[in-house]
Write a new protein. Structure first.
Ligand SMILES: C[S@@+](CC[C@H](N)C(=O)[O-])C[C@H]1O[C@@H](n2cnc3c(N)ncnc32)[C@H](O)[C@@H]1O
Length: 258
């Protein structure tokens, strides 16, 4: 990897290179310096958004950095269909390949981190076949679960705690996970809040849950320690639930420093 690539303070997007860049949870001051430099200097910025969304949240987050970059608004269907997902991202991968061959630099922006439940993961796996490894870069972003946890300032993990991050879509799996971690982080929880409240109430954990909708997104953020209250309002897709299941203290005789 190029030495310039590791210097976040001065890093510019290089001709012929692709960058999957995490832009954090939605506030322009939670971008990394590296993300700012790359978005500013890119020739092309790909901003994925779902068919249901009017605008790309990631694009909103970086709007003040845009000044002449070509913006590619990639609209994708949020379908649980592996084949059409692969096809859709294959088309974007081709486009990225063509731009990079022409010597342009391409950045794909993504909410949170690019390797956590992100459309970048599909594009990265396709690009592995068309671009040399040293031309493909991933830039971490602050993930929604980190931003969400900070709004309550309760530790996510200490000592020997286990944290599980998963989708809330399958409640059988969610219940299984409660038996195997001290902190459970649930993404994609928007449509499941009422059912989650029932499940956690049955498990005696209702008062251990926290809900964060649109963390760090100006005018839309909603935060609650009351799942039932949150279930009564419709909050859409950007909903994260944190459950502080318990604590796993240091085991006697084992070393632990944090
Ligand atoms: C496709 S995933 C994107 C995750 C993202 N790559 C990350 O690292 O956080 C979408 C899910 O992330 C969570 N999410 C993303 N941004 C959020 C925000 N600002 N506030 C609360 N939850 C958010 C929600 O659970 C949402 O359903």
């Amino acid at each position: 990897m190029d030495s310039e690539v590791n210097n976040g303070n001065s890093m510019r997007a290089l001709p012929g290179h692709f960058y999957a860049v995490g832009v954090g949870p939605g506030s322009s001051d939670l971008l990394t310096v590296r993300a700012v430099n790359l978005v500013r200097s890119a020739d092309v910025v790909i901003a994925p958004r779902s068919r249901k969304a009017d605008t790309s949240l990631a694009l909103q987050t970086v709007k003040d950095l845009l000044d002449g970059q070509e913006i590619i608004d990639h609209v994708y269907a949020m379908r649980r269909d592996a084949e059409s997902t692969v096809r859709s991202w294959a088309r974007v991968a081709e486009l990225v390949g063509r731009r990079c061959e022409r010597g342009q630099s391409v950045v794909q922006i993504t909410i949170g981190d690019p390797l956590i439940y992100s459309t970048s993961c599909y594009l990265l796996s396709q690009l592995r076949e068309s671009l040399p490894n040293d031309r493909v870069h991933v830039v971490p972003g602050i993930s929604a679960f980190q931003a969400s946890a900070c709004l309550f300032d309760e530790a996510l993990t200490i000592q020997e705690d286990r944290m599980t991050l998963m989708s809330a879509t399958n409640l059988v799996r969610v219940e299984e996970a409660l038996d195997h971690c001290e902190t459970l982080v649930l993404y994609k929880a928007g449509k499941k809040i009422a059912e989650l409240a029932d499940l956690l109430s049955r498990r005696g954990l209702l008062d251990r849950a926290r809900v964060v909708c649109y963390a760090e997104q100006p005018d839309r953020q909603f935060v609650s320690a009351d799942l039932r209250e949150a279930a009564n309002a419709r909050h859409g897709y950007m909903v994260t639930v944190l459950v502080h299941v318990g604590r796993q203290a240091w085991q006697p005789g084992e070393a632990g420093s944090e």
